[in-house]
Design a protein around this ligand. Structure first.
Ligand code: DC
Length: 224
């Protein structure tokens, strides 16, 4: 008997909108893995270092050829590994986020990431979150969502998240970083951040995490 193809749910949206939190909870509810594609760009930016976006396409291709991303486990316990190792916590800082956004403009980097993400989606059922999951990487996904929220609300959420981890959080710096990344992610020529035509758009500005999860689950289960 032919085995069922992996189930893919895509979750796209701007920085700080709450995609990772939702992706983890949704993956847990559905019993599948979650793929944080931002973490793939962050890990590449962190490993290659500042200014890698100015390297030639050939050098970048060669360096990325040494990268292998794999997934282990499922639900909130899913682990994304680079060459068999967990990703360092330092990929989460704002500076690495900005580097990742710069690196994400480069054609050879996007081509590599798309290939690596499609490969993971061939082998594993996924909630895949990022910027271009529904539009470019998994255009045939069974369920697509685009989360959005007012930029100031996103900056407040990021501050709360950092504070809860005991890390410094300055609202003005974070709001400016979110504005810069929005501009870069939405206006690039390859795979810009935008909803897929068949995505359900959810404005989360005035919704709790659980309300967003409920809406998305209702859609996946065919209730709305
Ligand atoms: O989701 P995040 O903030 O961790 O992503 C970091 C950067 O990586 C983001 O500003 C743009 C880039 N990115 C991308 O271009 N495409 C994706 N699918 C995911 C992230």
């Amino acid at each position: 008997m032919a085995s069922k193809p992996p189930m893919i749910v895509t979750l796209d949206g701007p920085a700080g909108v709450g995609k990772s939190t939702l992706a983890k909870r949704l993956a847990g509810e559905l019993g599948v893995a979650f793929l944080d594609t931002g973490a793939m760009f962050r890990a590449a930016a962190y490993t290659l270092g500042e200014g890698a976006w100015d390297w030639t396409q050939g050098i970048l291709q060669q360096k990325l050829g040494d990268f292998e991303f794999t997934l282990r486990g499922s639900g909130k316990d899913t682990e994304l590994l680079l060459n068999g190792q967990p990703l360092p916590e330092a990929i989460r800082n704002e500076e690495t986020g900005r580097w990742a956004s710069q690196l994400a403009i480069v054609p050879s980097v996007r081509a590599y990431m798309k290939m690596a993400q499609i490969y993971l989606g061939h082998t594993t059922s996924l909630v895949a979150e990022g910027r271009d999951m529904g539009t470019v990487v998994f255009p045939g996904a069974g369920h697509k969502f685009f989360l959005d929220a007012d930029p100031d609300e996103r900056a407040r959420r990021r501050c709360r998240q950092l504070e809860s981890q005991g890390r410094p959080a300055d609202f003005a710096t974070i709001a400016e970083s979110i504005r810069l990344r929005d501009d870069q992610d939405r206006n690039r020529s390859i795979a810009p951040l935008k909803p897929a035509p068949d995505a359900m758009v959810v404005d989360t500005t005035n919704l709790t995490e659980s309300e967003v999860l409920e809406k998305v689950l209702d859609r996946v289960r065919g209730l709305i």
